[in-house]
Design a protein around this ligand. Structure first.
Ligand code: AMP
Ligand code: MN
Ligand code: MN
Ligand code: MN
Length: 282
């Protein structure tokens, strides 16, 4: 008997509406061609691509749930919360995300000022050129500008030498609170998932506090199989899911055919012993 864990679900990726380089339609086609049968577009802090993504998925005969990846500040660190199965027109989340996006323009100007000080002019305009949505100028767009200028050979090099803590172009930012992000997702009828838990610079005690608090406020899932985890981490976060009683999610976090190591729909399937997040979709 095949279990529902076997579904090729990809529930995390980005379009030009945030910091990806493909349109929602191009992503839908790429996902479907790679065998994805349950898909979500999860742009950062933005729902502007949801209607197009849903329509493109349905035209291909692929199941779709509306999604988002919300930037959150928790214990002084940035973490990401994915919302899945939301009503993307719900006023609470639409307005919450608008406020979350608001500081990005000013942050980008401050990032460019720092880069100017290390001899890199024109970074604000340069990043804006790469931003498909000027309300969502992100570090990824600065990274593409720095690669285009020949300052770094690829975006991975950028995130080692620039735009991160203690390097030029890093501007600390206060994003949404964890409580607000989870409340917006739940009120919009969706389920909240901790994105790529293996990426955070939090110690074991802080991660334990995150899992417990997230669960207390109604968070349901964590990403286990993600483009940000190593095979070892598939195992360790699978154990975390079981230990804390979280549903498990799977998503490539695909942004761009050249930049992203992991293509849509190509990661290992969820392990059968975990309960998939899609068991909670209506
Ligand atoms: P922002 O929301 O403006 O802080 O930008 C965050 C985005 O930068 C993430 O969603 C990733 O797409 C990208 N990013 C952050 N860290 C890295 C990294 N180490 N390697 C590649 N991309 C990264
Ligand atoms: Mn991104
Ligand atoms: Mn993320
Ligand atoms: Mn992402």
């Amino acid at each position: 008997m095949s279990s529902i864990s076997n579904i090729n679900a990809d529930l995390h990726c980005h379009s030009v509406v945030s910091d990806g380089t493909l349109t929602p339609e191009e992503l839908a086609q790429r996902a479907y061609a790679n065998g994805v049968r349950l898909w979500a577009l999860t742009d950062h802090d933005e729902l502007g691509g949801q209607e197009r993504a849903g329509a493109a998925a349905h035209a291909l005969g692929m199941d779709y749930v509306a999604g988002v990846e919300i930037s959150v500040t928790w214990m002084g660190q940035t973490i990401h919360i994915v919302g899945l199965g939301i009503d993307s027109a719900h006023m609470g989340i639409v307005e919450g995300l608008r406020l979350t996006r608001e500081g990005r323009g000013n942050r980008a100007k401050l990032m460019a000022e720092q880069l100017l000080k290390v001899g890199i002019p024109g970074a604000y305009e340069g990043a804006l050129y790469f931003a498909g949505n000027h309300d969502l100028i992100s570090r990824t767009h600065f990274a593409r500008f720095l690669v285009e200028r020949g300052i770094c050979k690829d975006t991975n090099q950028v995130f080692k030498n620039y735009l991160v803590e203690d390097k030029p172009g890093f501007v600390p930012h206060l994003w949404a609170t964890l409580d607000n992000a989870v409340a917006w997702i739940k009120l919009a009828g969706g389920v909240a998932v901790i994105a790529h838990p293996g990426r955070y610079k939090l110690n074991a005690m802080q991660m334990d506090a995150l899992y417990k608090h997230f669960k207390d406020i109604g968070g349901l899932g964590i990403e286990v199989i993600t483009g940000s985890h190593s095979p070892d981490q598939y195992l360790s976060y699978g154990k975390i899911a079981q230990q804390y009683g979280f549903l498990a999610s799977r998503g490539s976090d695909f942004h761009d055919p050249q930049e992203s190591y992991i293509d849509l729909g190509t990661l290992p399937l969820l392990p059968e012993h975990l309960t998939p997040i899609w068991s909670a979709f209506h």
